[in-house]
Design a protein around this ligand. Sequence first.
Ligand code: EPU
Length: 338
Amino acid sequence: MSNIQEDYCLKNHNTFGIDASAKYFASFSSESELIALLRNKICKTEPLFILGGGSNILLTQDFEGIVLANDIKGIDIAYEDEQSVSITVGAGEVWHDFVLWSINQNLSGIENLALIPGLIGASPMQNIGAYGTEVKDVITKVSYIEIETGTKKEITNKECKFGYRNSIFKEELKGKVVITQVVYQLSKTPLNNIKYGAITEELKLLKKEASPSSIAQAVINIRSSKLPDPKVLGNSGSFFKNPIIETSEFEKLKKEFPEMVGYTISESKTKIAAGWLIDNAGLKGYRKADAGVHKNQALVLVNYGNASGTDIINLAKEVQQRVKDKYGINLDPEVNIL
Ligand code: EPU
């Protein structure tokens, strides 16, 4: 196939800005183009990696295989009733552009997820979430192509098996499918989800009532003040997941660390703010050569310029060790390490 490029530099395709390359690279803008690519001998024989916005990957070496970049576009209203609108979106659309589109259409449901980097395809994959909202609450269907057979399938929200930053696409279907379209159901009535305290405070500062557009603005302001812009400072958002531990364990830790931040998620489990753990282990702003822990949000690791994937991994390991030593808690990466 003619549009497969060789020895392709991936520096502009990952928000960490890591200088690594792929042996082969091709992009596709429709399901038929993807199916044709999958039939190609290179895709049949070489390791394959599907790339979205590159905002949740860490490249630790050159990729000895073929990278396929998803460029399937389209935002189409599929169905509409009095309360809601169903929209089919191509997996290669930019997530934040879709959020802005929804606000322009006076629809509600994803305004709290403004400014999350990446493409539509990643939203079900890792069940993106922020400021009291998770995308699983608005996804109704996901379409994908099976890599081995080239067959198209569509699954329901329930079949996606969504969890905290998790779904079937990170478990049973990992590496087996390419997400091509996602259907979202958004509300015509504003949901005004302001249970996350920081949003209420920001709305006060903005002197605005809650609405989809004011909430999106508040989220944009909060994110911009805490999270580094990947165009300026390479990063991939939260590097670690917030660990979930037994509440009894949390209670014990609280005796030693009364300020520790945790959220009850079930009768016996508590989710701990990993940013707090890292920060209070004295690592906020810690830097080793060009790899660092962000100065405003300790959950984010950054590339100050020329860090390699290995530099970032080594820093991550040091962070994990320090947190383990201090609190006995294991941190798992949220980013996909390649
Ligand atoms: N905290 C600190 N020091 C820090 C960072 C955080 O003490 O350096 C404390 C904060 O004061 C707060 C708590 O930890 O009490 C939680 O911090 P924050 O609200 O900033 O959220 P987070 O738990 O660090 C999660 C998501 C983010 C999402 C925010 C807002 C994960 C892994 N991360 O971060 O998602 O934007 O909540 O909802 O769940 C991402 O996944 O890439 C991401 C940015």
